[in-house]
Design a protein around this ligand. Structure first.
Ligand SMILES: *[C@@H]1O[C@H](CO)[C@@H](O)[C@H](O)[C@H]1NC(C)=O
Length: 307
């Protein structure tokens, strides 16, 4: 009749030696190696310590109603400047040529966040002139709430040069996030370091206002950009120009610096799984060394003691 193992226990064989001996030194060294080697291997393997992480979130986006629209005509002395920005002095604005402005915010899936922003501008084109290029700067209020709370005043900039005689321009694009640096990400602390409007600037009249705004904006670590998907120009000499801008807002990827807890949560399993292997390996080596009496130590075997 075959026998099956129903129960077992291990017998402990002890090896004893003095504090200052080769055997003690060997044990201490292998113990240190067991602890340190997994760390070195994990670290050399890269990705042990996260330098950045990312999350996805659909931001809460509103128009700030600030805008600046500059349309250049074929005559360099005739430019149409429209705007509702404090940076513009009253006398610069062409009240008579900027007629109609419509801003519409749509929350299609009704989750409390705007999914589409629509802007419509109508310009009256001076007689016998046509528009050769436009630059439109739109003010955006941008917020994220979940992982790294942030509120900032950003821009969507749309530029277009025309070759024919345009009477309309339709633009469809995405609002996207562009980061030079990862978000510092302090949980539960709203980051408002970029929450100042770029349209309010004082003094410095030496500089062109558009250049000023764009340079200031480019210096930021986090910006939003309008990324075109499709656009269409309508031609015809109608005496007006209609601009229609549709910006879609979807989930965006944000890079940020992870917290220490998150780093540990990531690093600990990597360390532990390697520690397991090294522990097993060094146990084998120790067993081999002591069993074969390669180092001087007293062997204490339980059943021999009883004799
Ligand atoms: C950020 O700026 C906007 C516009 O200036 C302002 O309405 C809002 O209160 C600011 N947010 C914070 C938290 O200060």
């Amino acid at each position: 009749m075959a026998l099956y193992k129903t129960f077992s226990y291990s017998v402990e064989v002890q090896y004893k030696s003095r504090l200052l001996s080769k055997a003690t030194l060997f044990t201490v060294t292998t113990t240190i190696l067991t602890v340190i080697l997994p760390f070195i291997v994990a670290y050399r393997g890269r990705g042990f310590w996260l330098k950045s992480s990312y999350f996805y979130e659909q931001p809460l986006v509103h128009s700030t109603y600030d805008y600046l629209l500059i349309a250049e005509t074929d005559d360099p002395s005739v430019n149409i400047i429209c705007g509702d920005a404090a940076a513009l002095e009253e006398e610069v604005i062409d009240e008579e040529n900027c007629v109609e402005i419509q801003i519409q915010e749509d929350d299609i899936n009704e989750d409390g966040k705007n999914d589409i922003l629509k802007f419509k501008y109508n310009i009256i084109v001076p007689k016998n002139r046509f528009i050769s290029s436009i630059i439109l700067i739109l003010g955006i209020d941008f917020q994220i709430k979940n992982v790294c709370p942030l509120q900032m005043q950003s821009l969507a900039v749309i530029t277009k040069e025309f070759s024919g005689l345009p009477s309309g321009y339709k633009y469809y694009g995405n609002l996207e996030i562009y980061q030079n640096q990862q978000l510092p990400c302090l949980r539960n602390i709203l980051d408002i370091s970029h929450n100042s409007s770029l349209f309010y600037h004082e003094g410095d009249n030496s500089k062109n206002i558009v250049d000023f705004i764009l340079e200031e904006y480019l210096g930021r670590d986090v910006t939003t950009i309008a990324n075109p998907m499709f656009s269409r120009t309508q031609n015809g000499q109608t005496g007006t120009m209609e601009l229609s801008i549709t910006l879609r807002i979807s989930e965006m990827e944000f890079r940020y610096t992870p917290s220490i807890i998150q780093e540990l949560k990531w690093a600990w399993p990597q360390y532990l799984s390697l520690l397991f292997i090294f522990h097993w390996l060094f146990e084998r080596i120790r067993k081999f060394v002591f069993r074969n009496r390669l180092l001087m130590a007293w062997e204490i075997i339980p059943w021999r003691k009883r004799d």
